[in-house]
Design a protein around this ligand. Structure first.
Ligand SMILES: N[C@@H](CCC(=O)N[C@@H](CS)C(=O)NCC(=O)O)C(=O)O
Length: 220
């Protein structure tokens, strides 16, 4: 069994950390986690001593670093392939495409509606760019669920997989900022939010001792 350690930023605020941590959970294997508060004087030396990119998440697997959330998902999938990606080739191609689209995109929404699982800022953050990104995300979720999601509440049906993990921070953002979304999107948000992995992350975030004012202060 490989030895797995994952380095993370604040569970309250670090959306990329959430993706990497969910990938570790999807392996079904035990792993250790180390969380360090971001935006503190000790942060940069701490993460640079552990992550080649100086960013979280970073996974140490048998002593070798693995970083960038998409690479983490692809590599950890080798440990438990059926948990990460759909079995059918066409569904798997689609899952990889939407995971990559999340990794590369939606910068306007990410900037205007940051992740803060402890707070709600309803009605805020609705910049034109954020709303355009949200429209694309809703269309993508709807298309995926219609084509591949029969039989369960997740993007590819019954099982919460790596594509869901990539969108889990968007789910958290939608709960915080509460943009107007369709009933179908809301059902997906609720399913992901209530998944036991997500519930564990949120519980841990609630118990964190750190606060970062810049993420706790909504825009005017
Ligand atoms: N493309 C990276 C993004 C990683 C990233 O931006 N992580 C943020 C936290 S959410 C970070 O480490 N920020 C702290 C810093 O840059 O010092 C991935 O997919 O993992």
């Amino acid at each position: 069994m490989p030895d797995i350690v994952v380095y993370l930023g604040n569970k309250s605020y670090s959306s990329w950390s959430l993706r990497g941590w969910l990938a570790c959970k999807l392996t079904g294997l035990p792993f250790r986690e180390e969380v360090h508060p971001m935006d503190t004087p000790e942060w940069k030396p701490w993460i640079l001593a552990r992550s080649p990119s100086g960013k979280v998440p970073c996974v140490l697997i048998d002593g070798a670093p693995l970083w960038e959330s998409l690479a983490i998902g692809e590599h950890l999938a080798e440990l438990n392939p059926q948990a990460f990606w759909p079995g059918a080739a066409a569904a798997r191609a689609h899952a990889r495409s939407i995971a990559a689209e999340m990794h590369a995109g939606f910068s306007e929404m990410r900037k205007a509606m940051w992740m803060n699982v402890r707070r709600t800022f309803p009605g805020k953050g609705r910049t034109p760019g954020a709303l355009a990104d949200i429209a694309r995300i809703e269309a993508l979720w709807d298309d995926t669920r219609r084509r591949f999601g029969a039989g369960g509440p997740f993007l590819f049906g019954e099982r919460f997989g790596f594509a869901d993990a990539m969108y889990a921070p968007v789910v958290a953002r939608f709960r915080t900022w509460q943009p107007e979304i369709s009933a179908g999107s809301q059902a997906y948000v609720d399913a992901v939010w209530n998944h036991p992995f997500m519930a564990q992350w949120v519980k841990d975030a609630m118990a964190e001792p750190w606060t970062l004012a810049k993420y706790d202060t909504p825009p005017l």
